[in-house]
Design a protein around this ligand. Structure first.
Ligand code: GCO
Ligand code: MG
Length: 409
């Protein structure tokens, strides 16, 4: 088989997505997600201008060789743009290989390791009461694991909390890139550290102890602040505390680890095994959240998961709405196979997005199930996609409430 062509499809059915479609001389096609929230066009150019010309004429079955060719061949290794582009190619090639084998992708990876994929949904509210009502709603929808976020008294806008309008429309999600130029949020660590434990006390009081509860810190704390948060949340027995501090310096997690037994998850912004290596080998973390789309595709994510398995670190892949259904489909096949699976994030896409990307995965009673169609089971309706052209949209920035210093959100 030979690759005859490839093209990048950019569309915005509610939000922006970049999809790579690869064509072969045998008529089989495959698609991969290459979306990088807020920097979509950089990946699209990387693919169109620099990667696609190198793919034509290659054998799509040589997935590993093509991965190495793109990774080593560029000389400039790693980074979110490069690795999302490679992920788009890699995912499309696995899709083609599985279609050629007439098997669902998880079968090629090594077969089924579990009956379904436990997912966590996002309950959030402007205050503790609203977040608790949302958590109850998620419990009624069947979720066994719920991530909870609440507004903080005295702060106007906190990332991860839906706007009033979104809540009123009954949305089960917030949109990460909410504006054509970055919107400005405010932050106070002092207020947050006093408030967050109260949210989880209320959730345990209301929901009891049967649900897994998760919380995302969005890299906002220093290691010692994160240690304090982890300690104060211990009585509420969290499934994990996510992104407690930025991980550019992996060593920063040692201090958190020394002070708390609240499990730690990190990795949604990681793009290679090198971002995870020290965290995993030193057992500073419990869950690695790298994804198919941002960490070089299935070929590379498998390597990360295998390293993690040696140290009893489990997977917990990022699955926000800015990762397209193509990524979700591929992730679910990966999750169905991977031996050290932990949990999968699941934020509902909009109906427009679901229509553009027909898929065969399904949600039932707190679990997602990969479909049985050959490939990863997700397609793109190109005609419909054309109706939703790209619209610039950015993630917010965050400033300290008392003096406006730019900080992490
Ligand atoms: C999560 C995330 C998202 C990200 C977003 C960035 O855990 O789901 O933190 O909200 O911020 O996906 O593009
Ligand atoms: Mg997160």
């Amino acid at each position: 088989m030979k690759i005859t062509d490839a093209k990048v499809i950019i569309c915005s059915p509610g939000r922006n997505f970049v999809t790579l479609k690869i064509y072969t001389d045998e008529g089989l096609t495959g698609i991969g997600d290459a979306t990088l929230n807020g920097r979509e066009l950089a990946v699209a150019s990387y693919l169109t201008d620099h990667v696609i010309p190198c793919l034509i004429g290659r054998d799509p079955h040589q997935i590993e060789d093509i991965w190495q060719y793109l990774y080593r061949g560029a000389y400039w290794r790693r980074g979110p743009v490069t690795m999302s582009a490679i992920a788009g190619v890699d995912t499309a090639l696995w899709d083609i290989k599985a279609k050629a084998a007439n098997m669902p992708l998880y079968q090629l990876l090594g077969g089924r390791s579990r009956s379904g994929i436990m997912v966590y949904g996002h309950a959030n509210g402007r205050d503790i009461e609203e977040a608790t009502d949302e958590a109850l709603r998620y419990s009624e929808m069947g979720f066994k694991a719920i991530r909870a976020q609440a507004g903080v008294p005295g702060l106007k806008k906190v990332y991860g909390v839906s706007s009033g309008a979104q809540m009123a429309s009954g949305a089960k999600f917030y949109e990460p890139a909410d504006s054509s130029l970055p919107s400005e949020h405010d932050w106070s660590t002092e207020r947050y550290l006093d408030h967050a434990p109260r949210l989880f006390e209320k959730l345990r009081e209301t929901l009891g102890w049967d649900h897994h509860l998760l919380h995302d810190v969005h890299h906002r704390l220093t290691p010692i602040e994160a240690a304090r948060l982890g300690k104060s949340l211990e009585p509420c027995r969290l499934f994990w505390m996510e992104d407690p501090t930025p991980a550019e310096n992996q060593e920063a997690f040692r201090l958190i680890r020394q002070h708390t037994v609240t499990p730690i998850a990190v990795g949604e912004v990681f793009n290679s095994i090198w971002d995870c290596k020290d965290l995993i080998q030193n057992q500073y973390i419990d869950y690695i959240r790298a994804t198919v789309v941002h960490a070089g595709g299935i070929t590379h994510l498998r390597r990360i998961a295998d390293l993690a398995a040696i140290y009893q670190v489990r997977t917990g892949s990022h699955g926000a709405t800015d990762l397209s259904p193509v990524c979700m489909g591929a992730a679910l096949h990966f999750d169905t196979w991977v031996p050290n699976f932990g949990i999968q994030e699941y934020m509902h896409h909009t109906d427009e997005t679901d229509a553009v990307f027909p898929h065969d995965y399904s949600f039932r009673d707190g679990f997602l199930y990969a479909g049985e169609k050959p490939g990863h089971g997700v397609d793109i309706d190109e005609k419909l996609a054309e109706k939703y052209p790209y619209r610039r949209a950015y993630l917010p920035v965050n400033r300290l409430a008392h003096d406006g210093t730019l900080t992490n959100w």
